[in-house]
Design a protein around this ligand. Structure first.
Ligand code: C5P
Length: 233
């Protein structure tokens, strides 16, 4: 159990999948359950933080003491995240944001036609929510920005690359190729990577297989250590 205290901190967390509309009845999405983000929100609230959970569509109850903002598409999540990240201390991007959206969702249900067997959807890139927030956090140092990376191989290499490319302060990397872990599961195993305040060698902490609730506490402990380190410098 943790002795850490997060009272007085504003923590913003994104969780779950996004849904990108194709027409009024269809969408593109992914299998994110939202469990890790919800576990983080619950743990942060227990530690005394003021927690805002920006959630895509999931089947999970709102943790006690957490303010939940429901969103559907990546663009909705982007807007809510930008707004909430202002004046926050920690931003954790746990959501599985769709990388692309349908360029222009049809106004009416797309009908099956008898004269054509193919249908083409044009997709456009969604904004990288966490990268945008990290870019803005650069000048002030706040919020501390923590991202997630789900990889199927070379976890540390790809996660390190993501840490740098997105300008994050910390990344939680997990190997989603492992059976029974990650997507939809109640368990996870991860590697935390962060750069120290001097910007130099990447620090690491391995989190062995544990429940997502346990992992949430371990992740928050590490985040609080980093915040304390910042205040000392
Ligand atoms: O690039 P990738 O999707 O693997 O990065 C994962 C991390 O980036 C997660 O923290 C996720 O929440 C965040 N992300 C985001 N906006 C996107 C794509 C990913 O905030 N459009």
């Amino acid at each position: 159990t943790s002795r850490a205290d997060a009272s007085g901190l504003k923590v913003v967390i994104t969780a779950g999948p996004t849904r990108e509309p194709i027409d009024p009845v269809r969408y593109l999405s992914n299998h994110s359950s939202g469990k890790m983000g919800y576990a983080l929100a619950e743990a942060a609230a227990r530690l005394g933080a003021e927690v805002t959970l920006i959630s895509g569509p999931v089947n999970l109850p709102t943790p006690v003491g957490v303010t939940r903002i429901d969103v559907t598409s990546a663009l909705d999540m982007f807007e809510a995240a930008n707004h909430q990240a202002e004046n926050s201390d920690v931003f954790i991007g746990c959501a599985a944001v769709a990388d692309y959206r349908v360029a222009k969702a049809a106004e009416h249900k797309i009908k099956k036609t008898s004269d054509r067997d193919d249908l083409t959807l044009t997709l456009v890139k969604n904004p990288d929510i966490i990268a945008e927030i990290a870019a803005r956090a650069r000048s002030t140092g706040y919020p501390l920005v923590v991202g997630f990376a789900a990889e199927t191989r070379d976890v540390e290499t790809y996660a390190n690359d993501k840490l740098t490319r997105k300008g994050l302060d910390m990344i939680v990397a997990n190997d989603v190729s492992q059976d029974g872990l990650g997507f939809g599961s109640d368990h996870n195993a991860a590697l935390l990577l962060w750069r120290d305040t001097s910007g130099h060698p990447t620090q690491r902490r391995e989190l062995p297989t544990q429940t997502k609730s346990e992992m949430a506490v371990a992740i928050l402990d590490t985040i609080l250590e980093r915040l304390a380190e910042r205040q000392d410098t």
